[in-house]
Design a protein around this ligand. Structure first.
Ligand code: SAH
Length: 344
């Protein structure tokens, strides 16, 4: 059992960084179940409606068309049930784009769901083994939010690494050793006691690797997630279980742990690694510019019985009080590729 294993590791080695706790919890969580959908713990945009994946597919196909219709690979990071990929591949095929499909996925449980949705896919443990012989069209929806974050907490006049301790069977966050002020961005150094800042070296590493590929091979990446333009103060680590919020330090491996994505930091790193960066823009605006309203109406004309469901899905994906503003879309594009559509 993971809680026992983590408790033992803490007893032997001392409290562990929040990032290590989060990585172990999510590896177990995703590795042992399909968490998506009504019967699971949470729902994502492609699971709300086929319109999401279809519009992402059209966005990619448009860019590919304007790039001169080269041979390309479709790559998805953390494809969940494969729903987004299946919907995107269908709309890309209508535009004449039929790429080879590569999935980066560590969860055995989700790989089998993905295999049912896209049988021809090729799976990868991480981005290092992706093909290097052609441009990549990369999609990552709610992938980066699952990658581990480190946290620093302000206590007294110093910043401390935030660690996870264990008391009997209970996990709880504590302040560990102090860190040099230099690791904290200037503007945030004198924050009030109790303030927290986060960083995600794992996300930075993936974005840099992708940006280098795009610079060398061409192509584009679409990153959609809930996030902010940091670095900023804030504890965004959260747990979701059965469609409700839970204490992130409870029941490791049995609930989904996420943190908001720092788009400004990731975008800056991508630029440094040679990619052009666009956005982030609000998901509602992105889908609006890609014609989600028209798509909902034309689907409703073909399926009159689904009119209400489609209107509701349109609202959930785009309305500011639903996913429209909290979720953001950012694009990374190879230097010789055209600028993407719908990025404001
Ligand atoms: N993109 C899907 C699923 C989002 S859930 C959707 O929108 O519905 C997060 C996905 O990322 C899952 O497929 C999960 O197994 C995968 N994942 C989480 N951490 C990962 C890691 N370190 N490496 C590869 N995949 C990971």
């Amino acid at each position: 059992m993971l809680p026992e294993r983590l408790a033992r590791a803490i007893t032997l080695g001392g409290p562990m960084p929040v990032a290590r706790f989060m990585a172990a919890a999510n590896a177990h969580y995703y590795g042992t179940r399909d968490p998506l959908g009504a019967a699971g713990d949470f729902i994502t945009a492609p699971e709300i409606s086929q319109m999401f994946g279809e519009l992402v597919g059209l966005w990619l196909a448009d860019l590919w068309d304007r790039a001169g219709r080269p041979l390309v690979h479709y790559v998805e990071l953390g494809p969940g049930r494969g729903t987004l990929a299946a919907d995107a591949l269908r709309s890309m095929a209508k535009a004449g784009l039929e790429p080879q499909v590569h999935f980066v996925e560590t969860s055995a449980a989700l790989r089998s769901a993905q295999e049912r949705a896209v049988p021809a896919a090729i799976w990868h443990e991480d981005v290092t083994t992706l093909p290097d012989d052609a441009p990549l069209l990369i999609v990552a929806n709610e992938f980066f939010d699952a990658l581990p974050v480190y946290q620093l907490v302000r206590r007294g006049a110093a910043w401390h690494e935030r660690l996870v301790a264990c008391q009997d069977t209970m996990f709880l966050p504590i302040a560990g050793k102090s860190v040099p002020d230099e690791v904290v961005p200037d503007a945030l150094r004198d924050a009030a006691p109790g303030s927290i800042i986060e960083s995600s070296p794992a996300s930075v590493a993936v974005v840099r690797a992708l940006a280098k590929r795009l610079a060398a091979q061409g192509g584009a990446a679409l990153i959609v997630d809930y996030g902010y333009e940091g670095p900023a103060l804030g504890d965004t680590l959260q747990a979701v279980k059965g469609h409700g919020f839970a204490n992130p330090f409870d029941a490791p491996g049995e609930q989904d742990l996420t943190a908001h994505v720092d788009f400004a930091t990731l975008g800056g790193m991508a630029e440094m690694s040679g990619a052009k960066v666009f956005g982030p823009v609000a998901q509602g605006d992105f889908l609006g510019l890609l014609g989600i309203a028209e798509r909902a109406r034309s689907l409703a004309r073909v399926h009159p019985d689904r009119g209400e469901e489609l209107a509701e899905a349109h609202r959930r994906l785009t309305h500011p009080t639903e996913m429209g503003s909290l979720f953001q879309a950012m694009a990374l594009v190879g230097k010789d590729w055209p600028d993407p559509a719908a990025m404001g």
